[in-house]
Design a protein around this ligand. Structure first.
Ligand code: RP5
Length: 186
């Protein structure tokens, strides 16, 4: 599987203004060598095209759809309603309401039509979730995910080691306080 092959993951968004957030999804898919396509598919401004995109996605060989939108963010849910593919929703934060509007629009789906919603602005995790979905039936990709997670662990351990060293230095530089009630304070 290479990022130059036939796209397996669609990264779509309601507007090109979502791209600064959504690019993290295509970036991480590239890191894992998973081919993806990126496009603007607006649920409100081009509804017929959006429905057609969702209806033809599986037939074009796509396996996962990542859909990001902001505000009244109906794109992920509407795509999920016209495809059998797993859909991952990315709430894009806009100028007002800090993305809470996007989050609630995407996450509160009615029973029967699931959208796997990531955190506000969580496009990188959306890409990683898409990799995990594909890795469930791709041993080589699962191996790469395991290596990635091992690197995360090493990095977190190194942070702990650095923090412990910092605390040791701070404490070594502090004057010890005399115990209270010992009379030393008189
Ligand atoms: C939503 O409207 C898009 O997903 C975007 O987050 C938001 C604003 O779009 P623009 O006005 O910037 O094109 O549908």
């Amino acid at each position: 599987m290479t990022s130059a092959g036939r796209p397996l993951v669609a990264v779509v968004m309601g507007s090109d203004s979502d791209w600064p957030v959504m690019q993290a999804a295509t970036d991480v898919l590239d890191e894992f060598g998973v081919a993806s396509e990126a496009d603007v598919v607006s649920a409100h401004r081009m509804p017929a095209d959006m429905l057609s995109y969702g209806q033809t996605a599986a037939g074009r060989g796509l396996k996962v759809i990542i859909a990001g939108a902001g505000g009244a963010a109906h794109l992920p849910g509407m795509l999920a309603s016209v495809t059998t593919l797993p859909v991952i929703g990315v709430p894009v934060p806009l100028k007002y309401l800090d993305g809470l509007d996007s989050l609630l629009s995407i996450v509160q789906m009615p029973a029967g039509i699931p959208v796997a919603t990531v955190a506000v602005g969580g496009a990188r995790n959306a890409g990683l979730l898409a990799v995990r979905i594909l890795a469930a039936s791709d041993a080589a990709l699962a191996e790469r995910m395991a290596s990635f997670q091992a690197e995360l662990r090493s990095s977190a351990q190194a942070k702990g080691e650095a923090l412990r060293a910092k605390v040791r230095v701070l404490r070594a530089g502090q004057q010890p306080h005399p115990p209270t009630g010992s009379g030393a304070e008189l």
